[in-house]
Design a protein around this ligand. Structure first.
Ligand code: F6R
Length: 364
């Protein structure tokens, strides 16, 4: 059942290229993104005032990537909410808004309650769900399924990957419908999104180097992730994966926030995983990495193949292939998942069933 892999998590990480193709291909027609939700016509998309992305945990981290893509491509204001916060904070909603609910299982109780709250306020709800016929899929006005296949490991990997893909497709169609992207630009981005399945294969193949890095840091007490923009969202997800399955204390910070407090925790030998895949803020993140290095941190820098990394900033460098900045999360998440996985394996943890956690959280 594990298809020759020692754990479901590793199997599911390796299933990501197939999950991407299964999720994206049916939604590309003549090179253009299509949502296949009859009510979400281009005209309806033009009328959306604000998008609210609501979910828990890893699905919420996918929502953060979705927000950034929607704002960058379509210039539509978007907010991300943790479902358990959204449902109790009397959120400001209007009928022109769209609520996007994201869930692998479709059964998370806080997420379902957030959905019902939005509906009771007369706001249309689009659910991005992996499990067909689940409670969230049935309660939503519209559904876009992710086609990750069954996810068994408690730590979500391939579902997160395809949640991001659906959100990119949505952002592209929204941007095209609203005249923010020309047809030619929309086609070019869509083709690049379809490339994701191939783009991530070398990252899966690079697992030996990631395992080696994990072996260097397996006994660390804590670990920091830093990044800006999309890289910050990925810091949160990389950090969650690590603490969830390897039980290493870990935190993620927007790189520019370090000097507002956290840097006092950076001492000799502490690993700092610096994510620097976004060209517009590359130099900024690099200088934050350098600040940690000068305080004794061991810096593991994730950047693209062509960047110049001056001496004295990184102890280790993980190189990614060139790709559109906005799609970089699809590529970057793979080595972060593998790092958490190998840390957990080397520390002797129960990778697929971490303590105190359940695959689907049906209680508050
Ligand atoms: C982390 C993880 C959880 C889930 C969260 C939401 O690896 O799996 O954070 O993402 O419990 O679950 P779903 O997506 O089923 O609503």
């Amino acid at each position: 059942e594990k298809g020759g892999y020692p754990h479901f998590m590793l199997k599911e990480i390796n299933e990501q290229p197939a999950a991407i193709t299964a999720t994206v291909s049916p939604r590309v027609e003549d090179g253009m993104p299509v949502l296949r939700v009859p009510e979400l016509t281009d005209e309806a998309l033009r009328k959306i005032g604000r998008v609210h992305l609501v979910a828990c945990g890893t699905a919420m981290h996918a929502g953060m990537v979705g927000k950034a893509a929607i704002e960058a491509l379509a210039r539509v204001p978007a907010e991300v909410d943790i479902a358990s916060e959204f449902r109790y904070r009397d959120p400001i909603l209007s009928p022109e808004d769209l609520v996007i609910i994201i869930s692998q299982s479709g059964e998370t109780s806080d997420t379902l309650a957030a959905l019902k709250l939005a509906k009771s306020r007369g706001v249309p709800v689009l659910a991005i769900v992996n499990v067909v016929g689940s409670s969230i899929a049935r309660a939503a006005d519209y559904v876009m399924y992710t086609y990750a296949g069954p996810e068994i490991a408690v730590a979500s990997t391939k579902a997160y990957m395809v949640q991001m893909c659906v959100l990119y497709l949505f952002a592209l169609r929204l941007a095209y419908a609203r005249g923010r992207l020309t047809e030619a630009e929309t086609r070019r981005y869509t083709a690049r999104l379809q490339d994701a399945a191939e783009i991530i294969k070398p990252r899966l193949a690079d697992c030996e180097y990631i395992k080696y890095l994990a072996s260097l840091f397996m006994n660390t007490q804590s670990c920091f992730f830093i990044g800006r923009g999309f890289d910050y969202s990925l810091s949160l997800e990389g950090s969650l994966k690590l603490k969830e399955i390897s039980y290493v204390h870990s935190d993620a910070y927007a790189a520019g926030e370090l000097k507002h407090g956290t840097i006092s925790l950076v001492t000799d030998g502490v690993p700092v995983i610096a994510l620097a895949t976004q060209k517009s803020v590359y130099e900024k993140t690099l200088s934050n990495a350098k600040e940690t290095k000068s305080r004794g941190a061991k810096v593991i820098l994730f950047t693209t193949k062509d960047t110049v990394v001056p001496e004295g900033i990184a102890d280790y460098i993980v190189r990614l292939d060139e790709y559109e900045d906005i799609f970089m999360p699809l590529q970057l998440i793979v080595p972060l998942q593998l790092f958490a996985y190998y840390m957990a394996v080397l520390r002797g943890c129960d990778v697929d069933k971490p303590r105190n956690l359940a695959k689907s959280v049906t209680v508050e």
